[in-house]
Structure formats: structure tokens, C-alpha cells
Ligand binder design. Sequence first.
Ligand code: GTP
Length: 269
Amino acid sequence: MSRKKAAKGNKASAASSPASTGSPSTTAAAAAAATPGATRGTGGKGARSSPGIVQMNGVVHPSRPSISNSSEFYDIAFKVMVVGDSGVGKTCLLVRFKDGAFLAGSFISTVGIDFRNKVLNIDGVKVKLQIWDTAGQERFRSVTHAYFRDAHALLLLYDVTNKRSFDNIQAWLTEIHEYAHQDVVLMLLGNKADATHDRVVKREDGERLAKEFGVPFMETSARSGLNVELAFTAVAKELTHRSVKDPSEKFKLQEYVNKEMKSTGCCRS
Ligand SMILES: Nc1nc2c(ncn2[C@@H]2O[C@H](COP(=O)(O)OP(=O)(O)OP(=O)(O)O)[C@@H](O)[C@H]2O)c(=O)[nH]1
């Protein structure tokens, strides 16, 4: 079985059998119960067992470093959802970030929802991102909506080679405003920026749309790795900043992203 197939298979089991167990995508419900970042306001194992837990903005701060599912210590946990139309590259983006690989080969659509954890070091703070990969197909939309309200950040993707996926961004934003937390960190990503010959959505169009809705934006490529790490690091920085730093020192996500893109000189297509 290919890696892609294995990943998608996990999603299928998570969606169809909420009480079943499995790894790494045990189940949505089990994950929410087992991992601090997945349960806003109530925390997870660390929060329930330790009186030293501090909670800010619904985020769990264990009094001591905790251990994530992947056995890595962390100080703070957040839930990030990757959303957008079917085929825009959500699973590939997540796999690129988590494993540094590209899932080439035939496209197998996600069924339901799946998650993976990754711990990042953000300015000396160990930040666990629990990243939820959602199904883009319309028939799974109610499942996706159900998870919106627990997300601390949303990465909203379209595919630069698919105009329809770009046109649907407005509808996605409407759904996000309806179902997600009002202070959710949101970022618009134009994926498949490597596909220059098939491109139908210009970078400027993405920038314009993002500006219109006041959302940070950049283009990514799960295939080449362009900006993938930066996208997740940027939202992790924003969330960490909001949670542990002085709230009067506002972190400017778009400025950070622009600066990082310029400094690496790698990322404008
Ligand atoms: N050229 C190129 N192809 C990509 C990129 N990302 C994903 N793809 C391809 O796009 C197709 C869909 O990718 P997925 O990651 O499965 O898409 P998805 O958004 O998870 O789709 P659903 O699970 O149906 O919601 C696959 O054939 C990938 O190989 C990219 O950055 N560049």
C-alpha cells in the first residue's frame, strides 16, 4: 500500500468509526480526549491530571513540559485545520510538513478527517501543532464544520491550477465565519505554485482576494516544499505570541511571512 493510501485509509477509519482505536489517527473523538490541544478549555491528559495547568485563550499550558503522541515534549498545544476544495493538496501539504516528502501518484480523496502532530520550537517554546486534514468533498462538509469551532488556526487552500477552487474561497470564508471561533488565526494559501504551465490563478489574484478579506496570504507547493514550513511556523508563531507574550505587542503574521520570504529569497513565484 502506498503512503498516500495508508494515510487516506486512516482518515476513512477515523470518520466511519469514532470509537475505534488506531494509530496515528486514533479517531477524532479519541484524539480530542487524549491530546491537550484538541480540547479547548478542558485540556487533555495534562490538564486533567495537573493542578498547575494554566489556560489562556482556550489553549493548554502544562505546568511542566508534556509529552505528545509522538513522544516529544512540548509546552503548549494548538489545533490547526487544513481546509479547502477536494484536490487542492491539503494532504500533500501536511505530509510535506510532517515528513518532508511529496505524495506523488494517483489522487485518493480523503474520507472524513485525520490528524498528525508535530512539535516546533518557537522562540524557545516547544509548540505542539495537532494538524487536522479535512476532506474537501462536499459530502463531508458537515463533518468539517463540526471541527471548525475547536480550531485555533485554519489554513485555507486553493489550487493555482484550478480556478473553481479559487472561486470557492469566498464560500469557504463564509462557512469559516459561521462555524469557527471568531479569533481563529486564518491564512490563505495558493498551493501547487510549482505547476507553472498549468497555472490559471495569478499570484496577484490571490493577493487581491486575501487583501479584500483581510487575510494573510502566500503561495505554497507541497511538491517542491515552497513555503510549506513557513506557513505552519507562521501560524504557530502567531498563536504562541497571542498566548504567552504581551498582548499589546501584536504579532503581524503577513509582515513576518513577507520578511521570511524575502530573507530566504526563495518564495515568490
Ligand atoms: N503539482 C503539484 N501537485 C500537487 C501539489 N499538492 C498536491 N498535488 C497533487 O494534487 C492531488 C490532490 O492532492 P491531495 O493532497 O490528495 O488533495 P486534498 O486537498 O487532500 O484532496 P481531498 O482529500 O479530496 O480533500 C494529488 O494528485 C497530488 O499529487 C503541489 O504542490 N503541486
